[in-house]
Design a protein around this ligand. Structure first.
Ligand code: ADP
Ligand code: MG
Length: 631
């Protein structure tokens, strides 16, 4: 193939422009990105060579070399990894494979701080070379291809790139940066070494640079023709805990997560026993945008005996811990393990169980810590990931008790941070159940008429306002032997909390009210499953409840929002015989049209009060108008 010019894909042009203009203030990250690509290339080769040893040719020692030419003003990052064929060079360095590019562009263009970590996250790290270079030349030969099928890719990083076939004995890739005049600072061993140790110490591959020595005669540093390793070249997780500083843990987290915030907590352990592995797991401080996608793969990378096997090995973590990031390095798994095999492996099962325990342990030590700082951290965690953790209650039977203890809720006593244990400790004498109400929002929950009697009696009610809460309730039905009971379902049974007098009074009221109830039932027809008097209301005239086994209005609304069909629910209308409006209703002995009107208004208002929508708002307005204009 002779030299040919190709145009970049439109997105690449846009990215190039943004990367070079927005990330300039953090330009040294180009080296991190290129070294990380070189290291990935070596990982890929090692992995492919497991099946085809010939790919290693006569150079089985993998490494990255970084060297420069002061005169030519070039800086080269060389690896003897997998390399690229001509097609691969064109597609990997001329198009953007990952989706989400638009999002990336929007973020970089946005007001928020220009974040250099973004480029790694969106898989456009290679282009960061153009921050410091006005031309990049890539010379590469894919492992296994003959020497005359190597390729040279070259571009000035504007609209186009050139490709030509070359001959190259070396396997792997040279990325040659032609530095801009003002970037001469990168032509310095000291400078490059310091960047490498800042970002790339944990890369398990040796990164080599030419040795430099002080020449007394010439009284300057001279570059020797001898390579030395300039990174620690030991996978961070494989080093002993006592040798690793907190800063190193933090930096490693940034590398694997591309998260600009420090992690909330991490845990690093070597596990021995039936299954042998090392785990280094982090809990992020902030939820990513796609947290809600349950298909999203996890953030845990799998290594086997230091060899990188795969990203996002979802079999290593339960789905409800998909926010955890980190590395698991197994000593037992075969190197050629596939995703399918992972799902079935007993070793993987043991790793998943062990890792789950560790993560829960990490969360527990924050949640139960005596330090106010840790407690605040836990609440922050809960705010970000609580709703995801709740999925665990249905997913992880073995750990449901530990999980339930980690849950935090709002209640009628505190807007956040109420644990089930707190609640139980505050239960009134004679109280047998943990009372909860699910609603669309905290405000709706708080003003719910069903709570009135609980307020009056000083009983705490948990306010469940997460989308997953209704679902959670179907799995979490008790805590420490106390059932969770929705205050919007079934009849109120406050058990021994209601004294005999009150019960008696209610019965008498119900009896006296019977004719009105019958008229109400007739007026509402199929709108209500039943109409009855209640003791749960104090200030409101009426409320809607559903039977124990029926779907609550709240859940039905959620399903509808999610585009699913919900069975048409028939609520029960409960009325407060003590309320003036209800008394007025009872007094409408002869005017049956007026009774009908009042009955339907009562029902509609109860619907509105629980955050529901009226089926026929116009009819409601007409009724109210009529009522208001009558005197
Ligand atoms: P990412 O590394 O996230 O995929 P990059 O923009 O850094 O995104 O690199 C794009 C692609 O170019 C890589 O996925 C890889 O296929 C290819 N590539 C880059 N550098 C090298 C290299 N040194 N050796 C082999 N392939 C490389
Ligand atoms: Mg990269």
């Amino acid at each position: 193939m002779t030299k040919k010019t190709h145009a970049f894909q439109a997105e690449v042009k846009q990215i190039l422009h943004l990367v070079t203009h927005s990330l300039y203030s953090n330009k040294e990250i180009f080296l991190r990105e290129l070294v990380s690509n070189a290291s990935d290339a070596c990982d890929k080769l090692r992995f492919e060579a497991l099946d085809d040893n010939a790919l290693l040719e006569d150079a089985p020692e993998l490494s990255v070399q970084v060297f420069f030419d002061t005169e030519a003003k070039t800086l080269t990052i060389r690896d003897n990894g997998i390399g690229m064929s001509a097609e691969e060079a064109a597609s990997h360095l001329g198009t953007i494979a990952k989706s989400g590019t638009r999002e990336f562009v929007a973020k970089l263009e946005g007001e928020q701080k220009k974040d250099a970590n973004l480029i790694g996250q969106f898989g456009v790290g290679f282009y960061s070379g153009f921050i410091v270079a006005d031309r990049i030349t890539v010379e590469t030969r894919r492992a296994g291809l003959p020497v005359d099928q190597a390729v040279r890719w070259s571009s000035e990083g504007s609209g186009e790139y050139e490709l030509e076939t070359i001959t190259r004995t070396q396997r792997g890739t040279d990325v040659i940066l032609h530095l801009r005049d003002e970037e001469a600072e990168f032509l310095s061993t000291w400078k490059l070494k310091s960047i490498i140790s800042k970002y790339s110490d944990h890369i398990s591959l040796p990164i080599l640079m030419k040795k430099e020595e002080w020449d007394a005669e010439a009284s300057k540093q001279v570059v020797k023709d001898e390579w030395e390793t300039v990174n620690k070249a030991a996978a961070l997780w494989a080093r002993s805990k006592s040798d690793i500083t907190d800063a190193e843990y933090q930096e490693f987290y940034k590398q694997i997560s591309y998260d600009q915030d420090a992690p909330l907590a991490y845990t690093h352990n070597r596990v021995e026993g039936r299954s042998e592995y090392t785990q280094l797991l982090y809990v992020p401080a902030k939820a990513p945008m796609d947290m809600w996608n349950r298909d999203k793969r996890g953030g845990v990378k799998l290594y086997v005996k230091r060899v990188f096997i795969m990203d996002d090995a979802e079999a290593l973590m339960p789905v409800y811990l998909r926010f955890v990031k980190g590395v698991i390095d197994s000593a037992d798994l075969p190197l050629n393990v596939s995703r399918e095999l992972l799902q079935e492996s007993r070793d993987v099962k043991a790793i998943r169980e062990g890792s789950t325990k560790r993560v829960l342990g990490m969360l527990e030590s924050l949640a139960n810590s005596d330090s106010a700082d840790d407690k605040a951290k836990y609440l922050k965690f809960w705010g970000e990931f609580g709703a995801v953790l709740k999925e665990g209650i249905g997913e992880d039977f073995a750990n449901r008790e530990r999980l339930a203890k980690l849950f935090r809720f709002a209640s009628t006593q505190a807007d956040e941070g109420v644990s089930l244990a707190d609640y139980v400790a505050r239960m009134k004498e004679g109280q047998e159940a943990i009372y909860v109400i699910a609603a669309d929002s905290l405000a709706a929950a708080k003003s719910s008429p069903q709570l009135e009697i609980f307020r009056k009696k000083g009983l705490e009610v948990l306010l469940l306002v997460d989308r997953v809460d209704e679902w959670m309730l179907s799995h979490l039905y008790e805590f420490e032997g106390k059932p969770l009971q929705s205050v919007a379902k079934g009849a109120v049974d406050l058990g021994s909390l209601q004294d005999e007098d009150e019960k008696k009074q209610a019965e008498v009221a119900a009896e006296a009210f019977k004719p009105t109830l019958d008229r109400l039932k007739a007026a509402l027809g199929s709108r209500a499953k039943d109409v009855r008097v209640t003791t749960r209301l104090v200030d409101s005239p009426a409320c809607l409840v559903v039977d124990e086994g029926d779907m609550s209005g709240h859940l039905a609304r959620m399903l509808k929002q999610a585009g699913q069909s919900a069975p048409k629910s028939q609520p029960i209308l409960e009325v407060n015989p003590e309320h003036a409006l209800v008394k007025k209703l009872a007094a409408q002995a002869d005017d049956s049209a007026r009774f009908d009107n009042l009955a339907n208004i009562l029902f509609d208002q109860a619907t509105l009060a629980e955050g529901g929508q009226l089926e026929d708002p116009a009819a409601y307005v007409a009724r109210v108008t009529q009522l208001l204009s009558a005197n």
